[in-house]
Design a protein around this ligand. Structure first.
Ligand code: SDX
Length: 439
């Protein structure tokens, strides 16, 4: 089979043949299609990049039609079932599962960075008591950049790994401190010898009426939830990480941009929005009315739909499975019955079926998080903690990719043609005179 495509430009009747590589043509090849020598050449127009590959990556594979998700070739179900979050984080960053020696080194490298400067604590004190934890995380992630200027040596491998260890070690601390600040409580120092999820729960709830939530079954459930959220190829926040990182901004500033992208309700903020939606629906009797409102375009069914998955998000399946283990300890969160009935009704309605809208990773996660004692405004922070590993792996792949350079998309200009300045400005009259004439 000849791996090329031939196009005919009907404007000139010229033919062009382009190579096809891994199901793509190079967008720059389109520029050869011109009507005359002055012509800039063709571009592709793709708002929101719905059909544009921005990079080649070895990290995560998704098959949206088959509902497949693999990190470095391993299926997400196998990893969640048999590995810990630090082991899978190592895999995503380094490309292979760690040997026992590598795992010990990895844990040590992260643990020595499980501390933050006292100035950062003071910085966080500046937030209002009701500041959203994602706003605190975005700002403090960027602030970390000011403490580690050496992280700007983005092309130095040792500095890359130092920044990765620092961020993986510090993000849960900043997240936990944001929660404690919002409660007016003192910060709890990390216990690096604990497991990664366990330590996070310790920093939230130790020495408090909620310390029963530091339960080993719940810590393992959080470990699994962290694994499921580590990476998801070129999603919105990862695109932000790569775009900002492509300017050679340091990884802390790039991750601040990624965290900001994740905060949006159409992306990582959806898990918090699902809980709000379920609270508004209230009971099963109100579901038909709510679905009617969705179909009339008044609101979205949050936690449903996906740019890539046109089948069940494999993570949603596994999150639902984890729910049973959590509810064994915490008692059943009644909202899961409402969510399951809402899913059942939606998946029998042609509006959702015809648009291939299925539950995504955010549909059930918030219900479990709430049962585990987390408050809704912490849900997206729980997404950001593991996703920081994916962002860093994608950032490092970008920096080390010889094909990549600063991201700078083109546009189609549809604004005014040239126009002269109005006389009232052209006379050069100062703004005082103009404003006087308006009085
Ligand atoms: C995440 O990209 C990733 O990988 C993201 C993520 C990751 O791990 O990084 O998987 C995490 O962000 C999951 C998605 C969480 N967001 C939500 O649950 C918010 C609700 N979902 C939608 O906003 C939407 O489905 C998106 C944003 C997830 C995907 O949007 P697309 O691909 O741009 O789809 P679209 O808006 O073009 O929708 C196609 C049609 C439209 O109807 P028509 O114009 O054809 O009539 O489906 C409709 C949409 O109106 N639609 C929905 C809907 N999602 C899409 N209608 C009602 N409820 C919804 N949730």
């Amino acid at each position: 089979m000849d791996n090329t495509v031939t196009v005919i430009d009907n404007r000139t009747e010229k033919q062009y043949t382009f190579p096809v590589t891994r199901g793509t043509i190079r967008a720059m090849d389109l520029r050869k299609i011109k009507v005359d020598a002055e012509d800039f050449g063709l571009m592709s127009y793709d708002p929101a990049f719905t059909n544009t590959a921005s990079c080649q990556s070895k990290i995560t594979f998704i098959d949206g039609d088959k509902g497949i998700l693999r990190y470095r070739g391993y299926d997400i179900a196998d990893l969640a079932e048999h590995c810990t979050f630090p082991q899978v984080a190592y895999l995503v960053i380094h490309g292979e599962l760690p040997t026992p020696e590598q795992e010990a080194e990895w844990l040590t490298a992260i643990r020595i960075h499980m501390g933050i400067f006292e100035n950062i604590k003071k910085f966080m004190e500046g937030f209002r008591y009701d500041a959203h934890p994602m706003g605190m995380l975005v700002s403090t992630m960027a602030a970390l950049s000011t403490f580690y200027p050496e992280s700007k040596e983005v092309r130095n491998h040792d500095r890359q790994m130092e920044s990765i260890h620092r961020m993986v070690g510090k993000v849960p601390i900043i997240a936990a401190y944001g929660y404690r600040h919002s409660k007016g409580l003192d910060y709890i120092a990390p216990e690096p010898q604990l497991g990664y999820a366990e330590n996070f729960m310790h920093m939230l709830w130790d020495r408090s009426p909620l310390q029963h939530l530091k339960h080993p079954v719940l810590a393992r459930a959080l470990d699994v939830l962290f694994i499921l959220h580590i990476d998801h190829e070129q999603n919105c926040s990862t695109n932000a990480m790569r775009s900002v990182g492509s300017s050679e901004a340091d990884p802390f500033l790039s991750a601040a941009a990624a965290t900001a992208g994740l905060a949006g309700p159409l992306h990582g903020g959806a898990n918090e929005a699902v809980l709000k939606m379920l609270d508004e629906i209230g009971s099963k009797e109100n579901i038909p009315e709510f679905i009617k409102g969705v179909k009339e375009g008044h609101q979205k069914l949050m936690g449903f739909g996906h740019r890539v998955y046109k089948n069940y998000d494999p993570r949603a399946k596994m999150i639902k499975k984890t729910a049973d283990e959590v509810f064994e300890i915490t008692g059943r969160n009644k909202k899961i019955d409402l969510a399951m009935e809402l899913e059942r009704i939606a998946l029998t309605d042609d509006y959702f079926v015809s648009r291939k809208l299925y539950p995504n990773v955010d549909y059930y996660s918030g219900i479990i998080y709430e049962a585990m004692g987390f408050e809704p405004k912490m849900f997206t922070v729980l997404f950001a903690i593991p996703r920081a590993v994916g962002w860093l792996a994608q950032w490092q792949e970008l920096i080390n990719d010889p094909e990549q350079k600063i991201a700078r998309p083109r546009q189609v200009y549809v604004g005014h043609e040239y126009r002269k300045l109005p006389d009232s400005y052209a006379r050069g009259t100062g703004s005082e005179e103009r404003l006087a004439s308006a009085r």
